[in-house]
Write a protein that binds this ligand. Structure first.
Ligand code: ADP
Ligand code: ZN
Length: 731
């Protein structure tokens, strides 16, 4: 009785599935199929089937196989996830206290990519066959096919400039034959020596240092700290070339999709081909292609948003994190993680170099460089030889504009001069929409979001009041909903749309453009408009923080900051760092290529250390003061922080639970517990949020502490959610 032979043991595998459970589930491997750790599989889970990955084989011999279900499908045409990637998934889960399955979900982003690629119908010339009757169109087709290669039908019609019916005719007359072509040809490889720039000595030194990092194979981290326009990109392009030379793949992480277009073009200028791109806006088809190409090794360089960090690279050998200080590298929801920090981890696990680049590094990275944990390469001057912009403050208390205006006379003057001289100007205000607050001047009614503790922001172009946290919007009403007053609603304070209105008023003949992430037309429009600015097709640009990041606008001369104090108002200990970075970045857009840039900062507190540091250009002094302050307060990177966010639909219940959780915290001298307090945004999407903050010394294992605490604390019920955020951005 072969089938009941107890010696024929079934293979049992633990499979990580993309759900929020702590571990893996166990399944039987179907007879005749083989799996290894990393094999991607489909498994039954409750009433559905999900895609997961084999994490272990024969995890526990004590399990009774009769109680287990079979893996329902083995994706054997997709390479298994390699050991380094699996370790990385486990590591991220462990660090963030997230479920490993939820981290794996970030790897398995493209289900379509798992299906074998269907071949594409094509045609080929039958050797020696000639059409009975020759026409001009037919001759063109045959001339196009002279090299003997196969073509797709549409590709051939396009190349020969004929309609598809001509090709059908040739098929019909047995001059061409139908063939199947492999789906997509692999993308062309970057050409290492396509167009290398002559580098400055400082750039050369940095490149030489980076190249050395490949030899040590220890997973070293480098920080390129170079002023805006110093040629950091050219430097890390050479690091990419080195990775490619060593047959490794390279990944460049950028904080913002709006940056990719310009980056792709620059990459093409250097390497002769476009790199693959990966972010939330790419089509399913491209996503499928990139995922597969990365796994097969056909794709050599990816430029992407933070999620690209979880792509299943076959032989990754370098990660660049550009604008490494940027908060966009932090994912706040689901699995909260910092892509910059996790990039360092991925490099460390796989022993390849990681390069962080910024003109205004994060305090964390700067400290790591100062302590020698990171290699430091400094580029103190602009590559073009252009000088850094001349910055000045406009003290709004003494030289502010008249009521109802937002541009001080001196700024208007500078705009006028720049416009007259044919230069480009940028007005920066980190506030989308027309006005941050709308109220009734008769009864004082304010428009608030029904679901969030936030004011509704008027967007005049769209005639809407919008919540910037949950997206809720309403039409701007004709009268006040509270006192029924007509024409009593007033807009308070400026947003970019309002500044644009003032600019159009003052400079009707100037070409003005608003760059903001939420204007109709979406990312496509934004890409077009970025290009217009780049090519000098706009005289005065009004933009949100979108324009502060890495862009190269060669004609830009003047940068005016409408409200330099905006970010300083927060009680957040990172406020000074963030504001310094933002303002140094945005003013750093001026005069990048030809010099002579000017930055004017409108401020009500010109004596603030951040404003003073910007004006004096003494970046080192600012970092030193900031680092000293963090050290004495035991704040990151000198201490460790984790936020525990409790949220729920009922305010009292959520708060009560947060208190109970705080009381249940294990006593430990090393840990200081703060809160619960209302989170910075006390309500979002109808959920009330309370926050506990755990602080500990740098060497303390905060994750173990938190794990223990949450395991023995009260269980959340009635719609409550508990989320841990390690190294929160705001604290
Ligand atoms: P960063 O990334 O530091 O802001 P970029 O790499 O964008 O600086 O360089 C700024 C400008 O200087 C770009 O227009 C770039 O083409 C130019 N550039 C950089 N390095 C060189 C060089 N070695 N020679 C000439 N131009 C350079
Ligand atoms: Zn809302």
């Amino acid at each position: 009785m072969l089938f009941d032979d107890p010696d024929i043991k079934e293979t049992i595998a633990s499979v990580l599935v993309p759900v929020a459970v702590p571990g893996a589930y166990t399944y039987k491997v179907p007879p005749g199929q083989s799996v290894v750790p990393g094999t991607i599989v489909k498994v039954p889970l409750g009433s559905r089937e999900v895609i997961g990955a084999v994490w272990d084989i024969e995890p526990d011999a004590a399990i009774n196989p009769n109680k287990l279900k079979y893996i329902s499908r083995v994706y054997d045409t997709t390479p298994p996830l390699d050991k380094d990637l699996r370790r990385f998934v486990d590591w991220v889960a462990n660090w963030t206290l997230g479920a490993p399955g939820m981290v794996l979900r970030m790897v398995l982003r493209s289900e379509e990519a798992l299906e074998p690629e269907a071949p594409v119908p094509g045609v080929r010339r039958i050797e020696g066959a000639e059409p009975e009757r020759s026409t001009a169109a037919r001759s063109r087709v045959l001339a196009t096919m002279e090299d003997g290669f196969a073509w797709t039908r549409s590709g051939l019609a396009h190349a020969a400039g004929v309609s598809a019916s001509v090709i059908d005719g040739l098929l019909h007359h047995n001059v061409l034959e139908a063939v199947l072509l492999p789906a997509a040809p692999p993308p062309p490889k970057p050409q290492l020596d396509y167009a290398r720039k002559t580098l400055t000595p400082a750039q050369e030194a940095a490149v030489a240092g980076l190249v050395k990092c490949f030899d040590t194979a220890t997973g070293s981290v480098s920080l390129i700290d170079g002023v805006t326009g110093s040629g950091k990109t050219e430097v890390y392009f050479e690091a990419i070339a080195e990775a490619l030379r060593r047959d490794r793949q390279a990944l460049v992480l950028l904080p913002e999709i709006s940056l990719t277009e310009q980056f792709l073009r620059r990459f093409e200028q250097r390497f002769g081909v476009y790199p693959a791109e990966w972010h939330s806006e790419i089509t399913v088809k491209n996503r499928t292609r990139v995922w597969r190409g990365v796994a097969s090794g056909d794709v050599r360089v990816v430029i992407g948003a933070r999620s690209a960090l979880f792509l299943p690279f076959r032989e990754l050998g370098l990660i660049i994190v550009d604008e490494e200080h940027d908060a966009a590298f932090k994912q706040d929801d689901r699995v909260p993680y910092s892509a910059r920090d996790m990039a360092v981890v991925r490099g460390h696990l796989s022993k390849f170099p990681v390069v962080l680049a910024s003109a205004t590094p994060s305090v964390e990275s700067r400290v790591n460089a100062d302590l020698g944990r990171y290699e430091l390469f400094e580029l103190p001057e602009r590559a073009s030889g252009a000088d850094l912009p001349e910055l000045d403050a406009i003290d709004m208390r003494v030289e502010g504009p008249e009521r109802g205006r937002w541009l001080a006379p001196r700024l208007v003057h500078a705009l006028k001069d720049t416009f007259a001289a044919g230069g480009q100007s940028l007005l920066f205000l980190n506030r989308r929409g027309y006005a941050p607050l709308t109220l009734c001047r008769t009864c004082g009614h304010r428009f608030q979001c029904a679901h969030c503790s936030a004011w509704l922001v008027e967007h005049r172009f769209q005639k809407k009041l919008v919540c910037h946290h949950c997206g809720h919007f309403e039409k701007v009403p004709d009268k006040c909903p509270s006192c029924q007053g007509v024409d009593t609603l007033v807009a308070c304070g400026p947003g970019v749309e309002r500044i644009a209105e003032e600019v159009s008023d003052l400079f009707p003949q100037a070409r003005t453009l608003v760059l903001s992430s939420d204007l109709p037309g979406g990312p496509e429009r934004l890409k077009r408009e970025m290009k217009i600015v780049e090519e000098g097709g706009a005289d005065i640009v009004i933009g949100t923080q979108l324009v502060a990041k890495g862009h190269n606008f060669p004609k830009l001369k003047l940068v005016g900051v409408i409200d330099a104090d905006l970010g300083l108002a927060h009680g957040d200990p990172r406020a000074a760092e963030k504001t310094f970075q933002l303002l140094a970045q945005v003013t750093g857009r001026a005069g990048r290529v030809h010099g002579g840039g000017i930055g004017l900062l409108q401020t009500y507190c010109a004596e603030h250390p951040v404003i003073r540091a910007l004006l004096s250009g003494d970046k080192a002094a600012f970092y030193k003061a900031e680092i000293d302050a963090r050290r004495s307060a035991g704040l990151p990177p000198f201490g460790r922080l984790a936020a525990v966010i409790v949220s729920g639909p009922d305010k009292t219940f959520a708060e009560g639970y947060a208190r109970a959780l705080a009381r249940a915290a294990p006593a430990d001298q090393a840990v200081t517990l703060l809160g619960p307090a209302e989170a910075a945004l006390a309500m979002v999407r109808g959920r009330y949020r309370f926050r506990l903050l755990a602080m500990a010394p740098r060497q303390f294992d905060l994750q173990s502490y938190l794990r223990h605490w949450l395991a023995c604390g009260p269980k959340p019920s009635r719609g409550l959610r508990v989320q841990v955020d390690i190294d929160p951005q705001h604290f």
